[in-house]
Design a protein. Structure first.
Length: 699
């Protein structure tokens, strides 16, 4: 239910939810097997006509085939409705047909998956006018689905039915996993009609699927020349440029197209993948969300969005989105591995291990799964198990630099730096420009306190291209330790830009800004940290303390009151609130809060010292109850002093109380003398020194 709600939220994020449709088979009921292609023709023609309508999304045939393999259990109406519920779709369309002479006659079933009913829609037309038959049927469907919306008749996808039939059979072959047949069909259709846009796009996708991005890029360039204003052709061209390493050119093209193609779901998908590859994860997220809004049910979009959240270090959202991708495709090892990474990064390492161990049982030898599982074992401190799985991996992949590097990381985490150094160097011999390998070597050298060496390797990792947030973060730490504060800030900000969800980076920047005496920047960073997690009370406490340190006491107290309200049993938070009230002179309020704390814990020197100090300050204010307050001050501060005789505040204020309330000058002088060696605010230390000097003659 949580996943279904997430889907609804995502789809509604930017605009009204599109009507989501999926095709089941349109089956031939006759005996002439040579006519079965007409079903594929009608399905693709209907998909083309319906996709041209506003606010209507039709799932691609290949994606629908994946969902059917994973989730469709039978052909009974109850099976179909259950399948629709899994996908959270609005309608399915199925049908059958036969031939009567040269005429096609059949019926479509429109399955309303929300209301769980169906309606039959008869269709017929000459065999040589299948485009017209599909268009008439699509018009009837739109009249039923969205009666208030006019049907838009798209331009014919190609000139000849024969060509479209070859294309439709290629689409079906791809959906059935017959890649060679699909490639042959797509190429044959282009031979028949070279300017057939849909087929050109299909061929590009098939070449990518076949592992030939260079050939796909070449085809995309032909498509752009034939259709220079087509958003999808241009988007695929930009994406393929990023695939062959020309990322800057791809990003430039996306920026040029954004205004013109921003409403196109295929453009948004391509843009999301390009920005994901180039490391601009927040921008990738925005494009993927737009694409999902227009094309629900496409698992790759959820995987892309989940990966963008994962790399931007928003683990909770990555888990939610990737759970949906895995729910759609439970046997996809890439998605399972991404989900495990998201759980690991979100702190639920045991769940990550469970997912990966189950995946390993089903399919042994998958390198990404091995690496992620080893990293989980390492984080849990299970170094022996990590070594075992990596050694097994090296039997399968003896020259894998990633496995060698992972071995180095496990040795590094177990404290065996010489062996870590050996494995990392062996990995770098095999892949001298590997970003993660260079980063790992930099971290090892940082742990060995070779900061200059670490700096050099981390800079090489950045120069290797497409650095991730961890490289910038580690370099920032190294520069800070080297005293290069400006460079440290620059790299930590780059890490934050790459992964805006990383809380640790923000905390390091806050420390850096406090070190640089730039409280306004620290406040800004803390406010962003709190915005990421409104229940991050330690950050709220730090925010409040900074505010009071800047004499913005009322703002600080407001934040502290909220923290104390939401953490009623936390004495440290309540003590900080009492300190803030004492700072602005609201002694009575502060005393009430401190007395409440001490009634539950009277063995804390900090608590007692502050309460005793406030009793003393009130006693010196000329009140009628001065004697009573003096007694409370002496009692409380004596207790604090006895708990910790070296506590600076307890020493100072007990000395003050002895002098004022008890007139014990000798006792006060002795305590003030000890204050001179303690860490006290300058004004208090000065007061203690003057007292000692003034009373030095008394015996």
């Amino acid at each position: 239910m949580k996943i279904l709600m997430l889907l609804v939220i995502l789809v509604a994020a930017l605009s009204a939810k599109n009507l989501s449709l999926g095709f089941l088979d349109i089956q031939y009921q006759g005996d002439d097997g040579g006519k079965a292609w007409i079903g594929s023709f009608l399905e693709e023609a209907l998909r083309y006509d319906l996709s041209a309508q506003e606010n209507v999304s039709v799932l691609p045939a290949c994606q629908m085939a994946i969902h059917r393999r994973n989730h469709k259990k039978g052909n009974k109406p109850s099976d179909i409705y259950l399948f629709g519920a899994v996908l959270d779709f609005d309608y399915f369309i199925s049908g059958d047909f036969n031939l009567s002479g040269k005429r096609v006659r059949g019926s479509l079933s429109l399955w309303n998956l929300r209301k769980q009913n169906r309606k039959e829609i008869p269709f017929s037309g000459p065999e040589d006018s299948l485009f017209d038959c599909a268009a008439r049927t699509a018009r009837e469907l739109i009249a039923l689905l969205v009666p208030e919306q006019s049907f838009v008749m798209p331009v014919l996808p190609c000139q000849r039915s024969e060509t479209f039939g070859v294309f439709a059979k290629a689409v079906r072959a791809d959906a059935e996993g017959q890649l060679p047949e699909a490639l042959y069909g797509a190429q044959r259709a282009l031979e028949l009609e070279p300017a057939f846009r849909l087929d050109q796009l299909l061929l590009i996708d098939l070449l990518v699927e076949a592992g030939d991005p260079s050939a796909a890029l070449s085809e995309s360039e032909k498509a752009v020349k034939l259709f220079p204003d087509d958003c999808l052709c241009r988007a695929k061209n930009a994406f393929l440029l990023s695939q062959v390493g020309r990322v800057d050119r791809a990003v430039k093209l996306v920026r040029e197209m954004k205004g013109e193609c921003g409403a196109n779901s295929d453009f948004n998908e391509a843009a999301g993948r390009i920005y994901l590859r180039s490391g601009f994860y927040p921008i990738a997220i925005s494009f993927f969300v737009k694409a999902i809004t227009k094309c629900p049910g496409v698992t790759g979009l959820y995987a892309g969005l989940g990966k963008a959240y994962l790399y931007s270090e928003n683990g909770a959202k990555a888990v939610d989105i990737l759970e949906l991708a895995v729910r759609f495709e439970p046997d996809n090892l890439d998605y399972l591995n991404l989900l495990a990474l998201a759980y690991r990064n979100n702190g639920n390492i045991s769940q990550a291990v469970k997912i990966l161990e189950e995946a390993s049982v089903r399919t042994s030898g998958n390198l990404p799964v091995l690496l992620t599982l080893a990293s989980c074992y390492t984080r849990l401190g299970w170094h022996k198990k990590a070594f075992q799985i990596l050694e097994q991996g090296l039997l399968w992949y003896p020259n894998s630099p990633d496995l060698l590097s992972s071995m180095g990381v496990v040795y590094m985490e177990s404290g065996d730096f010489p062996k870590a150094d050996d494995y990392l160097k062996r990995a770098l011999v095999l892949n001298p420009k590997g970003r993660s390998l260079l980063n790992n070597m930099g971290v090892l050298l940082m742990k060995k306190n070779d900061l200059k060496g670490a700096e050099a390797y981390l800079q090489k990792a950045i120069d290797a291209g497409e650095p991730e947030a961890d490289v910038f973060f580690n370099l920032g730490l190294v520069e800070q330790r080297l005293g290069n504060i400006a460079q440290a800030e620059k790299n930590l900000l780059l890490a934050l830009e790459t992964a805006p969800g990383n809380k640790e980076t923000r905390r390091r920047l806050i420390e850096l800004y406090q070190e640089k005496k730039e409280p306004d920047k620290a406040l800004s960073m803390l406010s962003e940290l709190i915005a990421l997690d409104p229940q991050d009370y330690p950050s709220k406490m730090a925010y409040a303390r900074l505010l009071t340190g800047l004499n913005r006491d009322e703002e600080g107290i407001s934040v502290l009151e909220d923290v104390v309200k939401n953490n009623p049993g936390n004495k440290e938070y309540l003590f900080s609130l009492a300190e803030a009230y004492a700072r602005i002179g609201w002694y009575d309020v502060a005393i009430l809060k401190l007395e409440k704390i001490i009634s539950e814990n009277n063995k804390n020197c900090d608590f007692l010292s502050l309460l005793g100090r406030l009793y003393y300050l009130k006693a010196t204010g000329g009140r009628k109850t001065a004697d009573e307050l003096c007694g409370k001050a002496l009692y409380t501060l004596k207790n604090a002093y006895q708990l910790d005789p070296a506590h600076p505040q307890a020493l100072f204020w007990y000395a003050k109380a002895l002098d004022h309330c008890k007139k014990d000058v000798e006792g006060a002088r002795a305590l003030f003398q000890r204050c001179l060696d303690k860490e006290l605010p300058p004004e208090l230390k000065k007061e203690a020194a003057e007292y000692v000097k003034r009373r030095s003659g008394i015996r």
